[in-house]
Design a protein around this ligand. Structure first.
Ligand SMILES: [Cu+2]
Length: 112
């Protein structure tokens, strides 16, 4: 009797995981900052998707995003070990740069 009563609780847990995944959508895209480079030079994501920029270097970086629509988002200084979580809502082409290291550059295509 006792063992049987655990199944409804387990089913609820599994259901909760699925509901949580549906609420938060897809997993974030991970971009590593290593040896003063972005791990990918170009990505294509859907509007509303999230990109996590993870600083694996022992120096500060910066995430500065320039949109083809003229938008300009500067996320400020990023310390070693710090992750910057950036959501891309608007469809378009973006260039992501580090204002400290000029060679750090990547493209983000955001589509519907
Ligand atoms: Cu940098």
């Amino acid at each position: 009797m006792r063992i049987r009563s655990i199944w409804p609780a387990l089913a609820l847990c599994v259901a909760a995981v699925f509901v949580t995944q549906a609420a938060f959508g897809t997993e974030p895209t991970l971009i590593d900052q290593v040896r003063q480079r972005f791990s990918l030079s170009k990505i294509s994501i859907l509007s509303g998707d999230v990109v996590n920029y993870i600083n694996h270097d022992d120096v500060q970086h910066n995430i500065h995003i320039f949109g083809s629509d003229g938008s300009d988002i500067d996320r400020g200084l990023q310390n070693p070990g710090q992750t910057i979580v950036q959501k891309f809502d608007k469809i378009g082409e973006y260039t992501v740069r580090c204002s400290i290291h000029q060679k750090m550059k990547m493209k983000v295509e955001v589509r519907a």
